[in-house]
Design a protein around this ligand. Structure first.
Ligand code: ATP
Ligand code: MG
Length: 422
């Protein structure tokens, strides 16, 4: 046998047995965002490398060590998108979506980062992202948080996630804070790990985002950005908190929450869980008012978030939130030459009459016993049985597979019966 070719490390197949978790998440998000008036946008998976360098920031984990970057046949440097915001902003500018308009957009798709693969952290992963342009008040920040909170409720996850909030303030207040933080950390250089030493001059705020437990205490005692906030950012943040209070959304203010990308300002937030070990952030976002101009557009405020579908799918799986609406309603067992032909016709008739019916027609022959076993394994609610006897009488057998007596019904009566049951 020829040697098998395996998938790339950290890039997973999503198998049929798990796809219903994905469908549930994607379907719920799509409906929910439609209810709030958000429109989907689809961007290319590959963009010019420059786009990510300029938006995410040169001194970030993503740009420094996680991007899949390559030269195409023309020698242009291209990158597989590590996140969706940069491409979404690029697309919005390029297609004139920001010209005197507000936009509520969302997207979903694969992202690529060269990270160390582990549970909840992969090299190809999938995000659903939401980006809003042209609204600068705290009301839209609140809307994003309220709609994400509704999503957790609709997925049955509200007790599994908590909200962390912070404000990064304006560029000016961040610069003032940066000096304070650099002074504090500079006096404690011996406690900094290698990454943090490197960031001390280039991007000290990112040190607060370190996942290294050895640095946790140093970070906890560092001066707080919240104490340096400019008036406008402070009012914005207070108004957001008041709206969340009034809406009954619980949150924790986390002064160390700085987010891993450079483009954020004012509000930042993360929904976190303690059910996934170290990979605890399931949804993260914030305001990034400066990014549109940074990418060559006219000034437009912006706020958004992205969530990782893999982490949500694992949480659903591990907490029994799969539901059973992905199982078939019925499995048609058909034994004998005539039944095989007639079965296809009966099945089509049922599908015409019951568009909601999930019906598997057995194909490929086999004994009654082996077909019935397949019906059982399919997790269907009913087995439908068609043999020569049934055909002669113009009837069909219906057997509830989770307990109950078999009945013989005319096809029309069977359709009526199924209509009531599914
Ligand atoms: P983390 O702190 O976990 O590295 P991040 O700050 O790099 O996350 P973002 O870039 O904000 O993450 O992406 C938003 C969400 O996308 C994360 O909260 C997470 O759910 C998901 N995500 C990010 N990186 C990965 C990955 N490598 N594999 C799977 N999901 C990921
Ligand atoms: Mg990361």
């Amino acid at each position: 046998m020829a040697q098998q070719i395996k998938a790339i490390r950290g890039m997973n197949d999503i198998l049929p047995e798990n796809i219903h978790y994905w469908h549930r998440i994607e379907g719920t998000v799509r409906t929910l965002l439609g209810r709030y008036g958000y429109n989907e946008i689809r961007m290319p998976v590959i963009e010019k490398t420059e786009l990510f360098k300029r938006s995410i920031g040169e001194v970030t984990d993503i740009v420094e060590k996680e991007m899949y970057t390559f030269d195409d046949r023309n020698g242009d440097s291209l990158t597989m998108r590590p996140e969706g915001t940069a491409g979404c902003v690029r697309a919005a500018i390029q297609n004139g979506l920001l010209h005197n308009q507000t936009q509520r957009l969302w997207y979903q798709g694969a992202m690529f980062r060269y990270e160390r693969p582990q549970k909840g952290r992969y090299r190809q992963f999938h995000q659903i992202g939401v980006e809003v342009f042209g609204m600068d008040g705290p009301d839209i920040d609140a809307e994003l948080i309220l709609l994400s909170a509704r999503l957790w409720r609709e997925l049955g996850m509200e007790s599994m996630v908590t909200l962390q909030l912070n404000s990064l303030g304006s560029a000016d207040s961040r610069a003032a804070y940066r000096d304070k933080l650099t002074a504090y950390l500079g006096q404690r250089k011996e406690q900094l790990d290698e990454d943090s030493l490197r960031r001390l001059d280039s991007n000290p705020l990112r040190i607060l985002d370190s996942k290294n437990p050895d640095m946790a205490e140093l970070i906890a005692n560092a001066p707080k950005l919240t104490e340096e906030l400019d008036d406008e950012s402070k009012q914005h943040f207070d108004a957001l908190c008041r709206t969340l209070d009034a809406a009954g959304i619980k949150y924790e203010i986390n002064p160390c929450l700085v987010r891993g990308l450079d483009y954020y300002s004012k509000t930042v937030f993360e929904w976190v869980t303690d059910l996934l070990g170290a990979q605890g952030t399931v949804c993260a976002g914030g305001r990034y008012d400066g990014l549109v101009t940074q990418l060559g557009g006219k000034e437009s405020s912006a706020v958004g978030f992205a969530m990782g579908i893999e982490r949500l799918a694992v949480m659903m799986q591990e907490n029994g939130l799969g539901g059973d609406d992905h199982y078939p309603d019925a499995y048609l067992v058909q034994v004998g030459e005539r039944a095989m032909q007639q079965g296809m016709i009966v099945a089509e008739k049922m599908r015409d009459a019951l568009p909601g019916l999930r019906l598997i027609t057995h194909c490929g022959g086999g004994s009654f016993k082996s077909q019935f076993k397949k019906a059982d394994r399919s997790n269907a609610q009913f087995a439908l049985i068609l043999g020569d006897d049934e055909i002669d009488k113009g009837e069909i057998g219906i057997k509830p597979l989770r307990g109950g007596e078999q009945q013989l019904l005319t096809v029309d009566a069977a359709i009526e019966y199924l209509q009531q049951q599914i």
